[in-house]
Design a protein around this ligand. Structure first.
Ligand code: DAK
Length: 257
């Protein structure tokens, strides 16, 4: 299968699996990825998702250029919508999403990583938006999300030049949260995902919803939404459990109720 999903407790690991093409994403792959992400978004047994690529060279080396080279204008529109849906599912599903960037994350690959809440990279990772070299622009959200992560000036430089950054530079500019040796990367991403899966699902989902608003729209609207979400958590058992556990000096057991 071009996309594989495995489970480790409440964590789902989604692996794009086309190593012969450096996990470049063709129509079948993006459609299956979209379907799997839709399922995981509503699966109450899954509290965190890790996205990675198979093999040692690539996370996702982009959208499949051979496939894209044949597209008509209408097909390009539909292709863009599929990638948008995947990145938006990663960004908005009510659970944590972590990209384990184990190699090339280019074009659409960088854009899917940008949809994730947190990005970990291996020392071998190379990230970038090289679409300009193909006579196109980033079409799966990169023209909007990259600037929100690294700032407008750096985003424009990377998108206008198509330059790739290595893991150290990606970390310095805030494009990835942390860098690990290749053999450590997936374990560290899983460890992070497991720790997020142990949090209150309601608190994490609401924290994600609120922080997603922080770089969009008016501050007053974001603050109003934060106030509503904050108050709503006081109707959950998890809030009572979290505070009781602190007072009783024990580890909380969150149930999601
Ligand atoms: N597409 C198709 N095949 C790819 C590929 C890709 N993106 N990347 C690699 N491959 C394939 C190669 O063709 C090669 O296959 P064979 O020729 O052996 O059959 C195999 O993977 C191994 O690649 P290389 O031989 O090139 O490996 P190297 O180590 O020499 O080089 C590389 C690695 C990552 C530097 C190089 O493969 C490379 O430059 N790849 C292309 C990277 C790239 O440009 N990615 C961005 C793609 S553009 C939009 C919607 C979406 C998008 C844009 C607009 N709209 C709707 C508006 C998204 C655009 C993109 O993602």
């Amino acid at each position: 299968m071009s996309v594989e999903v495995s489970r480790e407790g409440a964590v789902a690991v989604v692996t794009v699996n086309r190593p012969e093409a450096l996990n470049a994403i063709d129509l079948e792959t993006i459609t299956v990825l979209r379907d799997r992400l839709r399922e995981l978004a509503v699966d109450v047994g899954v509290r965190a998702v890790v996205l990675t690529g198979s093999g040692e060279k690539a996370f996702i080396a982009g959208a499949d250029i051979k496939y894209m080279s044949t597209l008509t204008v209408l097909e390009a529109r539909a292709w863009g919508a599929l990638g948008h849906e995947c990145a938006t599912l990663l960004e908005t599903m009510p659970k944590a999403t972590v990209a384990a960037v184990n190699g090339f994350a280019l074009g659409g690959g960088c854009e899917l990583a940008l949809g994730c809440d947190i990005r970990y990279a291996s020392t071998r990772a190379k990230l970038g938006q090289p679409e300009i070299n193909l006579g196109i622009l980033p079409g799966w959200g990169g023209s909007q999300r990259l600037a929100r992560v690294v700032g407008l000036g750096i985003a424009k430089e990377l998108i206008f030049t198509g330059r790739m950054v290595d893991a150290a530079e990606a970390h310095r500019i805030g494009l990835v949260n942390a860098v690990f040796e290749p053999e450590e990367l997936l374990g560290k991403a899983l460890e992070l995902a497991q720790s997020l899966a142990a949090k209150s699902p309601a608190a994490l989902a609401f924290a994600k919803q609120a922080t997603n608003l922080s770089l969009q729209g008016a501050l007053a609207d974001g603050l109003a939404q934060e106030a509503t979400l904050f108050a709503a958590l006081f109707a959950t058992e998890d809030q009572s459990e979290g505070m009781s556990a602190f007072i009783e000096k024990r580890t909380p057991g969150f149930t999601g109720r």
